[in-house]
Design a protein around this ligand. Sequence first.
Ligand code: AMP
Ligand code: GLY
Length: 421
Amino acid sequence: MNILLIGGGGREHALAWKMSQSPLCDNLWAAPGNPGVAQNAECVDISVDDTEAIIEFAKENSVDLVVIGPEDPLANGLGDAVREAGMLCFGPSALGARIESDKAYAKDLMRSAAVPTAEARVFTGLTAAKDYVLSREHGVVVKAAGLAKGKGVIVCPEPYQAVKPLEDMLLRNKFGEAGKTVLVEEMLIGPEASILALCDGKSIYPMEALQDHKPIGDGDTGLNTGGMGAYSPVPVVDRAAMDRIEEEILVPIVDAMRRDFGRYEGLLYAGLMFTNAGPKVIEFNCRFGDPECQPLMMRLKSDLVAMMVATAEHKLADINIEWDPRPAVCVVMSSGGYPGDYEKGFEITGIEEADAMDDVKVFHAGTAMDRGKLVNSGGRVLGVTAMGETIAQAKALAYQAVEKITWEGCYNRTDIADKAL
Ligand code: AMP
Ligand code: GLY
């Protein structure tokens, strides 16, 4: 098959690495890719937003399957354009992507389907929003309703702390259009997990559970990021929890989407919190998580291309998917200063040495080539991922690999996976 992968982050490197191992994969291109993706695919210089150029390239190169990594092109309707052009697509339609791109819509859908989630109110006016938070007795969470790269969520254990983020969004336009509508949610308490499920419009296949680490600092302190590390499996998500998630969350939300607009096809990501009252949804995403995808791909034993084709052809029920029982841990190395401002262009050393270690894989996210040298070019730069017999061993190995890699200002959390230990 001829396959075109859209995106250029750590998630896409993990997908390209795994897809390129498939006997079904004859040619693999990535738009735009990155220097890590280039180890497994031919990178073409097309932006993820340029739907026209993507479709033209796919037609010229007889592409059979288009795999869409990030949320923006999905929200822009790239999935619809690919299907209209007669190609197989892994990724939902624009209407499906709304589950992520419009948090107010997602909340309404969850309410209509009685999916357990944090109570929320939606605001567009600052005064009403402030009055509301200041009337609350417990912690709240302020969320930009639109796409904000994981940074538009501010957890406020004391309600007054919500005033500044509300002003940032509704008065100072800090998140642009995405923050012109905000959700104020009750703050939930409990361990978190991410469940990534393949959905083909008929069947749902939840993959192995993962846990992300959103805040920048050790012990979950500081600002939220796109994710500073992830591991799998997650001890709190046992068989019984998984059954409950499927029954109370995944099946009803997919049914609600079918009633609302039709089939949801691709990957559905449920970010969950395990409260005293059971699992509750804190967000849905319409694509693989980043960095969750990196440890997930390390643990996947089956053919990813076959899984994606089965999803696109509504034949998920026909395939068998196998996992390596060994845990995987991914530690994200970021540029100093992220998620705030940071400097780019510093040379990165040590990746080859880390990559040469058994059971270690270094996935590139924000890297670029500059005059023959590999440099940092984004906030999250690398996803250093390792497997081990236990989570503790996988963690130790991942950090041994991190030790070998450096550039000026590089940063990483030191406690990824500790919650499972
Ligand atoms: P989100 O992007 O919606 O997943 O939010 C980012 C992070 O903020 C989550 O991973 C949680 O740690 C935290 N968070 C989001 N919503 C809530 C909530 N209702 N209660 C407590 N924490 C939350
Ligand atoms: N790591 C969380 C996300 O991809 O949204």
